[in-house]
Design a protein around this ligand. Structure first.
Ligand SMILES: Nc1nc2c(ncn2[C@@H]2O[C@H](COP(=O)(O)OP(=O)(O)OP(=O)(O)O)[C@@H](O)[C@H]2O)c(=O)[nH]1
Ligand SMILES: [Mg+2]
Length: 700
């Protein structure tokens, strides 16, 4: 594989609603560019970027996939991302690696819920966007209707750069509105368009669209505006660079048309990427996190700079081990180099750098600034880490993601499965940023958390196939917490006299509530050595341990402050353990006085449904103790924002599907903790007592 300079690279992410045709479009471009011998299909498992066995079985992308094509003098790196809402965070995570996004929209459905989501992700980081309307060969595909929905959702900066010729089964090509030329294709052919005259029936429409495009490009550029008024048009050699800049600066979001499956327009799309989307070196610099003097360090995207690279994705291959996907922000990455991991402080050896074509690693000798590569078997490096030349430290900011929305209890089927569980899950967590795994300190259950039911199901399936571990999922648990609403002032004394050495510890504490999110604060207010200094941490530990085990229903106690203000000790009998016990006793007594109460997680929920379902969705949210925060109308859809206790949302995915016949979607993030209403509290506490009945608390 040739080494490419930054100026000849294009890094492009494909984002969009599930099933819009992203993976098929990448296949079409790869085949058209000669990177594959045949056109890969999602439906028979031969698409380059859907290679994982879960993806093949489910015929959808689950994880981001990388591919590349050489086209003219350039190399285009593609990142194909999932569009299904439970996996769409994958798209957000790879944005630091690219300079433009292809927002793929279905030619029948137009803008859908996830289209708006990924658009917002791009907006957040000012990512240049190109819209590709794909699947134009399907029945009921309609370019005008889709353009309307795009303008409604994203404004007038969305403007066609092509028009399709024919539609549905008769889709036969595209008109380039800059060059004013037509290209025709055979559906299912080799993807190479033949230049042709613009069909007479479309001539007026094309002319009108061309003029609109030229006007939009000239807008905001005085020299071009003048030229436009003088000559009535702008020559191609001025138009192309101006459009390139307008795209880079988010002033124009051009629209192109394709069929991935029918391989129509893929060559023009490749041309377009080379001509119009920014090369990595067009970015002024890459910015690191805040430096020691407050000023964030910067790197020019150039080979001459010190080397720095950012790991934006990790894959865990059962055979090759850990594979890290990285973006070279500055300098040149050489095969076999030894580099520093600035995030973790260790050194790593880059043995066998490569670029990915789906699951296949293509070896390379070096990668220049702006390129994307992969390397296997790094020891400690994980997603979000920055590596580079030891002498020139920089750390690029990792992408922030919301907390998982759903938690399940996971139960190994056999003893052997239990032994393998942790290892397998931890490997999966390396490649999946939204997966969490922990053990409930109360119930000793293993818990697994993710973005939704399907996410967890995919994880369980991977556990079985990759790591031969069988598990059962049980009802999701709500991570309740406990806190106090009042104050307490108590004494905790532990004294035991059993032959030989005794035990003695004694403390007096005050307890008071902290605001939500205050966690735990311990203040040592002992004067005059009532408790010797070296035992004070033991008191704190005793309180913390007891708080972690809960008071009302076994949930961790949070948001409270303890002031240790007095106590006593015994020269011989006092030791660490005795003061820990004293702390625990004091904690329990204090909880009795301090009006303990349960807290529940409340989710921020955003629900999008077609307008006709708005009423019933609101009613349903009320019955779930939801608080409506706002309502918005967006092109036939109603978006409802609400805060709803997590306990009421555990099966919302299923419920929403049945309420809206599958036409609604939602997005949910942990928002805050709130006091549980008295009625619910009683039920939760009773249930916890019942559970404890089977599993008696350890004796003290
Ligand atoms: N008729 C037609 N079908 C297409 C076209 N492109 C894709 N499809 C089909 O549409 C379905 C979805 O295509 P994908 O390429 O997997 O879509 P995707 O956007 O990658 O979907 P996710 O990965 O789930 O987000 C598959 O059954 C494809 O065969 C097209 O241009 N025309
Ligand atoms: Mg896909």
């Amino acid at each position: 594989m040739k080494v490419y300079e930054g100026a000849n690279l294009r890094n492009v992410v494909l984002v969009g609603h599930g099933h819009a045709g992203k993976t098929s479009l990448v296949s079409a471009m790869l085949y058209t560019a000669g990177a594959t011998q045949r056109l890969g299909h999602v439906d028979d498992g031969s698409a380059v970027t859907d290679y994982d066995e879960e993806e093949i079985a489910r015929k959808m992308s689950i994880s981001s996939g990388l591919a590349h094509a050489e086209w003219g003098k350039s190399k285009i790196n593609f990142i194909d991302t999932p569009g299904f809402n439970m996996f769409v965070h994958e798209a957000r995570m790879v944005l630091p690696a690219v300079e433009s996004a292809l927002v793929v929209v279905d030619g029948v459905s137009g803008v859908e819920v996830v289209t708006e989501r990924v658009w917002a992700y791009c907006e957040e980081v000012k990512m240049p966007r190109v819209i590709v309307v794909s699947r134009m060969d399907r029945d009921r595909a309609d370019a005008d209707r889709v353009l309307e929905s795009l303008n409604r959702a994203f404004g007038r900066a969305v403007t066609p750069l092509q028009l399709p010729i024919g539609s549905e089964k008769n889709l036969s090509g595209v008109i380039d509105l800059v060059k004013m030329k037509a290209y025709t294709y055979e559906l299912g052919g080799n993807g190479k368009g033949k230049e042709a005259e613009i069909p007479a029936a479309l001539a007026d429409k094309a002319k009108e669209a061309h003029e609109k495009l030229v006007e939009l490009i000239a807008e905001g550029d005085d020299a071009l505006m003048e030229e436009f008024f003088d000559k009535g048009t702008i020559p191609e050699e001025h138009l192309i660079p101006a459009l390139h800049n307008a795209i880079r600066e988010d002033k124009i979001f051009p629209v192109l048309f394709t069929s991935g499956l029918g391989n129509v327009g893929a060559d023009k799309l490749l041309d377009f990427l080379v001509d119009y989307v920014p090369a990595p070196t067009e970015r002024e610099f890459a910015e690191g996190g805040p430096g020691s003097n407050g000023e964030p360090p910067k790197r020019k995207i150039a080979d001459a700079e010190p080397m720095s690279m950012f790991v934006f994705k990790t894959m865990s291959d059962a055979f090759a081990g850990r594979i890290s996907y990285f973006k070279v922000f500055s300098g040149v990455v050489k095969n076999d180099a030894t580099v520093q991991n600035f995030t973790r402080g260790n050194t790593e050896k880059l043995a066998h750098i490569s670029i990915m074509q789906g699951k296949t690693a293509v070896p390379l000798t070096e990668l220049r600034a702006g390129d994307i590569g992969a390397v296997a078997k790094l020891k400690e490096t994980l997603t979000g880490d920055t590596l580079g030349d030891k002498a020139s430290q920089i750390q690029y900011p990792a992408v922030k993601l919301p907390e998982p929305a759903i938690t399940f209890a996971i139960e190994p089927k056999t003893r052997a499965d239990e032994d393998k569980l942790g290892v397998g899950v931890h490997k999966l967590m390396e490649e999946d940023a939204m997966l969490r795994f922990f053990r409930d300190p109360q119930t000793k259950e293993f818990l697994i958390a993710g973005t939704g039911q399907q996410h967890i199901e995919v994880t369980v399936s991977k556990m079985r196939k990759r790591y031969h571990t069988e598990v059962n999922l049980k009802a999701p648990k709500v991570p309740y917490r406990e806190t106090i609403r009042g104050r307490a002032d108590v004494q905790g004394r532990h004294k035991k006299q059993t032959g030989g050495h005794g035990q003695y510890g004694d403390c007096k504490i005050k307890m008071e509530p902290l605001p939500r999110g205050g966690e735990f604060e311990f203040v040592n207010d002992i004067f005059g050595g009532a408790i010797p200094k070296n035992f004070i941490p033991a008191v704190e530990k005793g309180i913390k341990d007891a708080a972690a085990r809960g008071y009302l229903a076994g949930y961790p106690v949070v948001d409270f402050k303890v002031v240790l203000y007095d106590g006593s000790y015994h020269d011989v009998d006092s030791n660490d353990l005795s003061f820990q016990m004293a702390g625990r006793i004091a904690f329990k007594k204090a909880m009795e006085q301090a009006k303990p109460t349960l807290l529940e997680p409340v989710m921020g929920v955003e629900i999008t449904v077609p307008d006709e379902f708005a009423g019933s969705i609101m009613g349903d949210l009320n019955s779930r103790r939801g608080r409506i925060q706002g309502m918005d109308n967006k092109g036939g859809n109603t978006v409802v924002k609400a805060e709803v206790p997590m306990a009421e949302m555990l099966t919302y995915g299923v419920d929403l599907t049945s309420m809206t016949q599958g036409r609604g979607s939602f997005n949910m993030e942990m928002h805050h903790y709130d006091i549980v209403p008295a009625q619910q509290q009683e039920k939760i506490i009773a249930k916890a007592k019942e559970a404890r009945g089977e599993q008696p608390e350890e004796e003290e």
